[in-house]
Design a protein around this ligand. Structure first.
Ligand SMILES: [Mg+2]
Length: 347
């Protein structure tokens, strides 16, 4: 006898409760002192220190747009979903407190994948997300779960920063110098390699098997590291005049910063630190490096490394002008507009 719609709803409700219980149990393993009450009540209760402001950011990860079930292992999807939000907190110089996760998944992704694997896609997604959350002491303080034909993860991140001290996109002035952390283009280069591996794989319904060696070579795309420590360092020392994280690519994100600050920028063509094996175009236009780009007054003493990550001077802020490109690439005396090539994800 097929179940009536009411019975079906009841079964779904029960398994949803079990899944939420699983989420709660696992979330409790990463605690943040800023969370007074986590999952379990109608709301979470967060506390910030006296004199702090809250920094809040939200990010959608949609299958087919931000990740692909046939390219990305679930742990990678979870890691990357949280990394995007943490990177936004880093760009503001905020310390992370809590994450909230709304997950909409097809039923089969919440059940064990097959007889060989006892873990569901959802459980492996949480492995990736909570692994990165533990590194940054960010508690998963709330979650919701729904059945959906299309996998979607919506993440809200809450952080705190001393009032008036957040790093903003709008603080750059002509004469400021432009710096980036880490190396650029690695994520775009790795994504290109991952796409080739997926195309070569025998089974095109699951992600290609990645050895530990391959995983480490593809790390900039699979496991981007949000620059929380670097953002906090810049904020606490008042070193940065303006900052943004590189999620869409240097050419696009620097244009955003210039727009918000009402300035223009010049990048020295040979200055950007390029990830080994990446091209200049991947470094300038490739998205998802999640490094920080910041400006500092010319007399600011910016260190060459912050928390073990190199910091590189790549150009300067100039006055904006009518008909003048907001971002230009300088090669000796030659100055070419650097067109913002927006990151198009997997569409
Ligand atoms: Mg951002």
């Amino acid at each position: 006898v097929p179940p009536t719609p009411l019975q079906t709803a009841k079964i779904n409700e029960q398994s949803e409760l079990a899944l939420l219980r699983q989420l709660r149990r696992r979330a409790a393993r990463v605690a943040s002192p800023g969370v007074r009450l986590g999952i379990g009540d109608d709301c979470a209760l967060l506390k910030v220190r006296p004199g702090e402001e809250m920094a809040i950011t939200t990010d959608l990860s949609i299958a087919g747009r931000h990740f692909r079930l046939d390219w990305h292992p679930p742990e990678v999807v979870g890691h990357r979903a949280l990394a995007r939000g943490l990177s936004d907190l880093a760009a503001m110089g905020a310390r992370p407190i809590a994450a909230f996760l709304s997950l909409a998944l097809p039923r089969e992704l919440t059940a064990p994948a097959n007889t060989r694997s006892t873990q569901s896609w959802m459980s492996r997604f949480l492995d990736g997300l909570l692994g990165l959350a533990a590194v940054h002491h960010t508690q998963l303080a709330g979650g919701d779960l729904a059945e959906s034909p299309l996998p979607v993860a919506d993440i809200v991140l809450v952080g705190a920063v001393p009032a008036g001290c957040a790093l903003l996109r709008s603080g750059a002035r002509p004469g400021d110098l432009i710096y980036v952390t880490g190396a650029l283009g690695g994520a775009a280069a790795a994504l290109h390699r991952l796409a080739l591996l997926a195309a070569d794989s025998d089974d095109d319904t699951v992600p290609p098997k990645l050895t530990a060696k391959m995983q480490s070579a593809l790390a900039p795309h699979l496991h981007p590291q949000p620059r929380i420590a670097q953002g906090l360092y810049l904020q606490r020392r008042g070193l940065a005049a303006a900052a943004i994280d590189l999620s869409d690519g240097l050419s696009t994100d620097l244009a955003h910063l210039c727009e918000e600050s009402g300035v223009a920028a010049e990048i020295d063509a040979h200055a950007p630190p390029i990830w080994p094996g990446a091209t200049l175009s991947q470094a300038l236009d490739g998205g998802e490096d999640y490094e920080l780009l910041f400006t500092a007054r010319p007399n600011a003493r910016v260190p060459r490394k912050i928390a073990d990550v190199p910091v590189t001077l790549i150009g300067r802020i100039t006055k904006s002008g009518r008909g003048k490109p907001s971002v230009a690439l300088r090669n000796g005396s030659d100055l070419q507009p650097l067109i913002a090539k927006g990151w198009e994800h997997f569409s």
